[in-house]
Design a protein around this ligand. Sequence first.
Ligand code: PMP
Length: 347
Amino acid sequence: MIESLVRKNILALKPYSCARDEFKGRAAHVFLDANESAYNAPYNRYPDPMQEKLKQSISVVKEVPVEKIFLGNGSDEAIDLVYRIFCEPRVDNVVAIEPTYGMYKVCADINDVEYRTVCLSDEYVMSAEALLQACDEHTKVIWICSPNNPTGNDMDRLELKKILTEFTGVVVVDEAYGDFSDLTPMRKYLGYFPRMIVLNTFSKAWASAGIRLGMAFASEEIISLFNKVKYPYNVNMLTQHAAQELLSQMLKLERWINDVRHERKNMLPCLMELPMVEKVYPSSANFVLVKVTDADAIYSYLVDKGIIVRNRSRVALCRNALRITIGSKEENNELLGALRSYGMKTM
Ligand code: PMP
């Protein structure tokens, strides 16, 4: 049962009940229950606290029932909620692969929860055994990002399955970049793993980082806990509308994803033949990690040309590595052009 993993204060919590939770009928036309203004429609009204219409649309696209969907202010909100629901500050701990997405640690630090790391191999391969070894009786959560940021590769499915079957706590599989991978999305296996939470986002393949909308898919029990702890109106009306609008154009989204995958394929050989590139790591994401001769110098050179990539040189196992997002064909060509001139300058 999931209850044994939940903080006692959260189990006992009586959540805030907002006006829009209490009255749900459609027949009413005079709303004097929420101290809203009568002016400036439609923004005078609070948004739907449970985002029901939007969840119905997402349910169709992602093939996950509405009751198993949580929507938040970016997936970063879901990451923070995982700590607040499951991890007792200064008592519990979490385990994560290293290197990985930085917010798992930031949220651990904010919530005063011990953050344990297990390094990937030099080729960025994950060991389930090593992750399980790092756990003790206070480990509540294991964080797995796949495709992983910043390395770009998929975590091995057999290793992931071992963690999901053997770990008795919550396993969060962050598939923010999953749409760019060939692997089956982990949300399809929710029924097999009742303690798995899968994160998706509108910020990457769905090209909507600006609207701040993240998704968590999990058992009904876990989703009820998210709903209990979240701010009442955590997804604003403008975001809900923009997301609905986007979901009515699924063909466009699929084209964007295909374009990124196509550009990624084209970029790899071009990057590999550059003199300053020592290695291009395989990527299932919308970025590639590239090991170069001198990341700091190349990063500064690109900044001078008005091109910003991410210097990951100071991250574990990423010495001299630049993380390069796949942009439009024009942007990618500009980057390659700049790198080619750098190559000539140093030859
Ligand atoms: N997970 C991963 C792996 C990410 O790289 C990011 C953002 N870079 C996020 C989650 C956060 O995404 P959102 O914009 O949905 O908060």
